[in-house]
Design a protein around this ligand. Structure first.
Ligand SMILES: Cc1cc2nc3c(=O)[nH]c(=O)nc-3n(C[C@H](O)[C@H](O)[C@H](O)COP(=O)(O)OP(=O)(O)OC[C@H]3O[C@@H](n4cnc5c(N)ncnc54)[C@H](O)[C@@H]3O)c2cc1C
Length: 512
């Protein structure tokens, strides 16, 4: 596989070849990039089929109350449903459940929500945190005289060892004798009957496996074929392709400070309508340091949004962001396509459930379209999501209209998609410095306001009155944003913005 990218992506070839599991990592990157084929060409075949289509004579190898397809965030949810609520559960994963292609940052306050689920004690949570930062900052490239570095405390300031946390959740599931976890087992489709589902999966050697379940939780991330079917091939409106590495050997990095967002240049116009690259730098365990490169984009833009292409740009540009010493060493790559959905109206518009099927995590795409903290979204909502699902199972309320109420949809978070649209650079409407200039003005405004404004915006906890206050102050300081609103959002987009705000006001979300 590495040979196939030697000429097209020489830097990816060079750096991935130096990793012991380079081939395997590249395979995962290419697997995720298949998403673009589904978007451009054809969505995957339907994954929910009527019961009559079940091949005759199949052997049902097990019976469960809940089957989770996807063992990343799915494991956290499964652990609560198994241990606290006592359900009989099966978790399947195409790869090895609990081993993620990413690491996570979150604030301690958010992480403490896990105590409410009774999964972990405060002391156990402490063990998942590999580093805590003194502070963090956000800064956008622009004229040095005007550039504002905005500092914020208690935002994404805990680096979490994702595999350790998920491993502990997996152990909790496996400790319940009635529950099982099957790795290297791929969900293929499910057959729906009036009072149950039969799931068809392929085991490690391709052998077919059939299990019966009351409920299927789809936690398969951005590649979920169920999300594509329910949303007619358009499961996301926007995306944030993200790549990076866990490395060591940088000169001059501060291991006590998180670089939450940092841009180092104007928009790149080498492909399609252009991309505004943004960096993140997070100290991790020991001398490890995580750097990410990403950009916000509409799912149907004409840009190269492949992770492979982005990795090539990452390796080329990394020395402009951080000084590499002679000891620079890559430990492993981190990557993914983070999904977002812009809801056009007053409330959730994306399909996240069907009879006996519920989507969670990135498959549901209800995380913040601005901060893209899907892990944070799951953690914040976990007590509510698990308690509600237990109730639904107990009362046999498993039809679509019951299940879709159990969602991580938060109107205040959904409204952030409107801000995200300003971050999607478009050469047809924007000057190359537009995103940086606008965001620098937002940083100046936030700097003049009390710290809770910046903290709540970056922790997905914003209040409506605070949000409107920020918008008005930015428009006052930077009137060009009004023309940009017309150019980038248009009449329809502006109407959606207003409807989102109205939905937020009516919901009362974010009131403290
Ligand atoms: C590089 C990067 C850094 C991030 N950092 C942060 C952060 O600091 N803080 C934060 O809050 N969020 C962060 N996020 C977002 C967060 O990682 C995601 O929201 C989260 O991983 C979503 O989890 P998920 O389980 O829904 O989907 P995924 O993580 O995509 O996992 C899907 C799982 O389903 C399995 N699967 C897929 N298809 C099948 C199939 N057909 N059958 C069986 N199994 C299948 C996969 O193997 C995988 O294990 C980051 C994302 C990326 C890409």
């Amino acid at each position: 596989m590495l040979e196939s990218v030697r000429d097209t992506h020489p830097l990816v070839y060079k750096h991935f070849s130096s990793l012991p599991e380079g081939e395997e990592h590249l395979g995962r990157v290419i697997e995720l990039d298949r998403y673009w084929e589904h978007i451009r060409n054809e969505p995957p075949a339907d994954a929910i089929l009527p019961g009559q289509s079940l091949p005759p004579g199949v052997t049902i190898s097990g019976e469960y109350e809940i089957v989770y397809a996807g063992g990343t965030l799915g494991l956290l949810h499964a652990a609560v449903m198994a241990e606290r609520y006592g359900h009989k559960i099966l978790v399947i994963d195409r790869h090895v459940s609990g081993e993620s292609t990413r690491d996570w940052n979150i604030s301690r306050g958010e992480l403490d929500t896990l105590q409410e689920t009774r999964l972990f004690t405060a002391e156990e949570i402490e063990l998942f945190i590999v580093r805590k930062y003194r502070t963090g900052w956000v800064e956008f490239f622009c004229d040095e005289q005007k550039q504002k570095r905005l500092y914020m405390d208690n935002v994404l300031d805990c680096a979490v060892d994702a595999d350790k946390l998920l491993g502990a959740a997996k152990d909790i599931v496996l400790a319940e004798e009635r529950c099982s976890v099957l790795d290297r087992t791929t969900f293929l489709r499910c057959y729906r009957f009036a009072d149950h589902l039969v799931l068809e999966a392929a085991g490690p050697d391709g052998e077919l496996l059939y299990v019966k379940t009351q409920l299927l939780l789809d936690v398969m991330g951005i590649l979920s074929p169920i999300a594509m079917q329910l949303n007619r091939g358009r499961s996301q409106t926007h995306v944030c392709p993200t790549v990076g590495t866990v490395s060591s050997g940088f000169d001059g990095v501060d291991y006590e400070v998180g670089e939450i967002l940092a841009s180092t240049e104007d928009a790149d116009t080498s492909t399609g309508s252009g991309r505004q690259f943004i960096w993140e730098g997070f100290p991790a365990s020991g001398n490890e340091y995580i750097t990410y490169l990403f950009f916000y984009d509409a799912v149907d833009s004409d840009n190269d949004k492949s992770l492979l292409g982005l990795f090539e740009a990452y390796f080329k540009k990394l020395p402009d962001y951080k000084k590499l010493s002679d000891d620079f060493r890559i430990h492993r790559p981190v990557f993914g396509i983070i999904p977002a959905y812009s809801h056009g109206g007053y409330k959730r518009e994306r399909e996240i459930a069907d009879d006996r099927i519920l989507l969670l995590g990135d498959a549901a795409s209800l995380g913040s379209p601005l901060t893209f903290c899907g892990f944070g979204s799951m953690v914040r909502n976990l007590p509510r999501l698990t308690a509600a699902l237990d109730h639904a199972l107990g009362t046999d309320s498993l039809c679509r209209t019951d299940l879709e109420k159990i969602s991580a949809y938060e109107p205040n978070v959904a409204s952030m998609s409107n801000l995200m649209k300003y971050m999607c650079y478009d050469a047809r409407t924007d000057t190359p410095g537009f995103v940086n200039e606008l965001m620098n003005e937002v940083m100046i405004v936030l700097d003049e306001l009390p710290p809770r404004y910046r903290q709540s915006m970056f922790r997905d906890e914003m209040r409506l009155d605070d949000f409107v206050n920020v918008l008005l102050k930015v428009a006052w300081r930077y009137p060009k944003v009004l023309q940009a609103t017309y150019d980038k959002l248009g009449i329809d987009g502006s109407m959606s913005f207003l409807k989102n705000l109205a939905g937020w006001a009516l919901s009362g979300a974010g009131k403290k």
